[in-house]
Design a protein around this ligand. Sequence first.
Ligand code: URA
Length: 446
Amino acid sequence: MKSEEVSILCEAVINSEPMNRILLSKFIAAVASRDVEISAAESWLKAVHKYGISAQDTITLTNEMMNSGSILTWEEEPELVVDKHSTGGVGDKMSLMLAPALAACGLKVPMLAGRGLGHTGGTIDKLESIPGFNCNLTPQQMQDSVHKIGCCIAAQNDAIAPADGLLYAIRDVTQTIDSIPLITASIISKKAAEGLHALVLDVKCGSAAFMKTEQDAIQLAQSMVAVASGLGIKCQAQITSMDNPIGSHIGNSLEVIESIEVLQGKGHQDTRNLVIMQASSLLLLSNIVQTTAEGDAMISQVLDDGSALNKFEQMCIYQGVSVETARMLCKNPHKVLPISNTKIEIISNKAGYVNSINSLNLADVARSHGAGRFDIEDIIVPEVGFIITKNIGEKIDSGQCWMEFYYTNEPTYEEISLLNRSITISQQEIVPQPRLITVVEEPRGK
Ligand code: URA
């Protein structure tokens, strides 16, 4: 595509005019086939980042990005195809449980997920700590897995919304990531390419989230819900707090362990509650249930009766894990997953009630020990992470352990000191606040 044509798009953005649809379509196709000058794409991204684009142009852009690659199609029961997306948080392992739990309820979940570039590993990094787990599925394999099992979790690849790959890479180096229309188009185009009927978005907000304030989180949620529903997907966004870590385990292997515990009907209540909340709203959006209470009961049942765990085991086997390993993983994950055998206990120097745990400090330390990446080429160390042994609101004595740190390289004095300072203790009793702050939905009647 000629750079002069991209300049016409830039002019429209700068003048707050609608972009020419034909040129926009040509531009996104050119980005997907890598047939555009990088400098022209940079100028366009910078213009969108600086001036924004209308809701209608965001829908058009998302649609073009979705159409830049393969789109999964579902001939049988398309109304049962669902997924969720989370903007990411510390200890956020929901996808690992959500996909098999929803499959156990009869829904179809062709989940695409990412590797983490940031503080913590992504869903794919967590799954890749399971020996043999293959996340590199073709669109055809994704469809086959969903037909056979009801779910799969695959890594994003260039077959799906390939325009996003290049645009995201350029955004990363041009400081244009934090643009609501660009984030919206990037996330929703990939989800829409799964051929979804319904989508739940978990938009995290707080000190350890991408969106720090409730207002910013709501703005992003409104944009994503509007675009998803503009593309015919039923969509709800849940704004949830991301100050304290989610559940008890942080780190790649450790988060798989906590997820399996929840799938065994046990596990941390915080994690279980989030799974139930997200899954229940997908059951409602798909008309499998008529009330939230029914949805909550249905998900609780599949977590408690082993059927969600059974779907997880089948998904592992379909995605390359040997039958014996998958069985053992679901029975006793400690025997299968790599966990460091060196750990240090982090001790409270005060008595009282746990008031807060600084997620960002934990994520910083975990990342510098290999649980997350600084660079896309970095290799994840799956055995590193934390187990939090005292929950928010729980009573703690001075000298008592509140967290275990599993490491492979000796932590520095500064790191231990940072971890020691990552808990606040209150003298008064603390009532833990619910994660859900508010819900953003598409306008009624759609
Ligand atoms: N995740 C994505 O996939 N894209 C963005 O733009 C931001 C987060």
